[in-house]
Design a protein around this ligand. Structure first.
Ligand code: CUV
Ligand code: SF4
Length: 625
């Protein structure tokens, strides 16, 4: 295979191909090269049957039923796989929810006047307060915000057997009762994560079902707790997304301007960077160094946060982060937490690009560390932007920015969807009942170099909209489809006749971008509202979830809370559970009897679409529509 043929196999994105061939030419190692060096991957790890939870091991189980059948402590493959799965859910929940905690603390500090975070969306403030049962009459916005923040923080600290304030306020009744009867209502977010770490340590919980039940409980603490409160409180602080035009792909970088990429997950920092870059002082400084201005672009989920709220251009998704640096046009890549490749400082060494780490929790050898804190947010953001501007003069001549970017319409919060529908879900429900829209599918999650970049996201999405299924998206999936032009009004033409008619009438794309990974909670809220409006449970709805190119532990937490919320969820990358027949059976069959949702694994996006369409048709039939 020639080098170009090989690159064509790695991605469907033209700008990505372009940058990959430059990387090749210059001998710069990327994630794809490193994947190759890792292959073949260890079979024990892939099947989930290796355990490192104590020093009597590490232990491995023979996948073919021979010896060893047990770890030194006596743990079986079923125990080991279930324990490993639970730990992935715990890690994913921890990541989303720790982010949520940060937002709650920022809301509190802002309301107390200790940090420069005023309340942007007063309407949302009031609606969240009302949902949580907080009296708003006669109280100032700051008082209300404080009470909301405290309710959120209580969800991290409650020591009794009661459940989360946010889950109680947002989950549909039928689901709530089901979870209650199953004993999976989370007590507090931190506690469920700790519970998993405890019970998966040597010699505690050895029953795969019990371990999966705790995984479900923990994932609910993520979806209806940590992630949901992150979304809601971020909307209060930074505004609830409304439809807005944006651009996506590496072509959003601008050769004539100071390019700053904000990468990671938390808008608490990136919102301030955008503000600082827009200030007269910084604009002036940029002109002084000979740039035409400052171009702040996003990447991954912090990119999604800025894109859906302000239309800030997004330079790419997970697998494009290294390539952005290779354009030679990035003065600074500012990172906070999550999904930031440790390789970035190494690649940046070949260019003038400064990797600026900002979080106490995430330091990168080789990066410049400018630590962020909420109290001094404005000053620190300015310092970061200034550092980028000053670096403009160090840019080398050999800049190569691919000239492709795609227009997209994004920002479909639940509030925005409702207002596009004229204030209630009726129009959507009518369209579903009449069959113009057959159902809805949430496509979410990462990129993974084991999957052709963006291919599975885009193919699955195209298949579904062609079959009159509305698609809602978050995360890197949404960026993939933005780059493929599927988040534009032009994409309406790719939809089946029924969906086409509805999208045209509402003037919305057939694929709706809801936001970042924590905004998967918006999908839950939407599903809950649909179920209540129809008087059924979420598990009765003609809907499904998919993570076609997932890689992160966070995606395992998301997939699990989708399933636990009653949603059929298709994974495009095989999770490390095949070493246990028992766990596979629970995840792909028994879960349905318990919670109404289950997992399926299908690596081919066209076949995945078929599975989903069949599922949706079955659900429609059961509903009698
Ligand atoms: Ni949080 S978790 S690669 S950036 S979606 Fe993107 Fe989204 Fe996965 Fe990470
Ligand atoms: Fe081996 Fe058991 Fe220790 Fe795991 S917990 S490493 S299976 S002895």
């Amino acid at each position: 295979m020639s080098a170009n043929d090989k690159i064509n196999e790695l991605t469907i994105s033209q700008p990505t191909k372009e940058m990959l061939s430059i990387a090749k030419e210059k001998g710069i190692e990327t994630t794809w090269d490193r994947l190759e060096k890792q292959e073949p991957h260890c079979g024990f790890g892939q099947l989930g049957i290796c355990c490192r939870n104590c020093t009597m091991g590490p232990c491995r189980i023979d996948p073919f039923g021979g010896e060893p059948r047990k770890g030194v402590c006596g743990a079986t493959a079923d125990t080991i796989v279930a324990r490993n799965f639970a730990r992935m859910v715990a890690a994913g929940t921890a990541a989303h929810s720790d982010h949520g905690r940060g937002v709650a603390l920022t809301l509190l500090e802002g309301a107390e006047g200790k940090a420069p975070y005023p309340i942007k969306d007063k309407e949302k403030l009031k609606s969240v307060a009302t949902k949580l049962g907080i009296e708003i009459e006669g109280k100032s916005d700051e008082e209300i915000a404080k009470e909301i923040a405290k309710k959120a923080l209580e969800d991290f600290s409650r020591q009794n057997e009661d459940t989360l304030n946010f889950l109680k306020a947002y989950a549909p009744k039928k689901r709530f009762e089901l979870w209650k009867s199953l004993g999976v209502l989370p007590r507090n977010i931190d506690r469920e994560v700790v519970d998993i770490m405890h019970r998966t340590s040597i010699g505690v919980d050895n029953d795969p079902l019990s371990l999966i039940v705790q995984s479900i409980k923990t994932s609910l603490a993520d979806g209806w707790g940590g992630s949901l409160l992150a979304t809601e409180l971020q909307d209060i602080l930074f505004g609830t997304p409304q439809p807005v035009k944006g651009f996506a792909d590496l072509g959003v970088l601008d050769e004539k301007k100071v390019n700053i990429i904000v990468h990671g997950h938390e808008p608490i920092l990136s919102e301030k960077i955008v503000e600082a870059a827009e200030s007269e002082e910084m604009q002036k400084l940029a002109k002084e160094v000979g740039a035409e201005g400052i171009n702040v672009c996003g990447m991954c989920c912090t990119g999604n946060e800025l894109l859906v709220r302000h239309g800030v251009p997004v330079a790419g998704n997970f697998l494009q982060q290294e390539l952005a640096i290779i354009t030679g046009a990035v003065e600074a890549m500012v990172v906070d937490v999550q999904c930031i490749m440790p390789s970035l400082p190494d690649i940046a060494k070949c260019y003038h690009t400064k990797i600026i780490s900002t979080s106490k929790q995430a330091k990168f050898p080789g990066a410049v560390h400018i630590e962020f804190n909420e109290e001094n947010a404005d000053e620190i953001a300015k310092e970061i932007v200034k550092t980028a501007i000053e670096n403009f003069k160090n840019r080398k001549k050999s800049v190569h920015i691919p000239n492709e970017k795609k227009e997209c319409i994004v920002g479909f919060s639940v509030e925005a969807i409702l207002s596009a529908l004229g204030g209630s879900l009726d129009a959507l429900i009518d369209a579903i009942k009449s069959g113009k829209i057959k159902g809805a599918v949430g496509i979410v999650g990462c990129n993974n170099p084991k999957v052709k970049h963006n291919y599975a996201h885009v193919e699955l999405t195209k298949e579904l909209i062609k079959n009159d299924i509305l698609v809602v998206q978050t995360g890197c999936a949404a960026i993939a489809c933005a780059e493929a032009g599927l988040l534009s009004l032009d994409a309406i033409e790719l939809a089946g006749d029924g969906l086409k008619e509805v999208c045209k009438a509402l003037n919305v794309p057939p694929v709706l971008h809801l936001g970042s990974c924590v905004d998967c909670s918006r999908i839950l809220v939407l599903l809950g509202a649909l179920a209540e409006a129809l008087g059924v449970d979420i598990s009765d709805l003609p809907v499904a979830g998919a993570a076609p190119e997932w890689m992160s532990e966070k995606a395992v937490a998301i997939g699990t809370y989708f399933v636990a919320s009653g949603v059929f969820t298709v994974l495009g990358v095989v999770p490390p559970i095949l070493g246990s027949k028992e766990v596979v059976k629970i995840a792909t069959q028994d879960a349905e009897k318990l919670v109404g949702g289950k997992f399926a694994v299908e690596t081919d996006p066209v076949k995945a679409a078929k599975l989903i369409i069949k599922h949706i048709e079955e659900k429609r039939e059961k509903l009698g529509i």
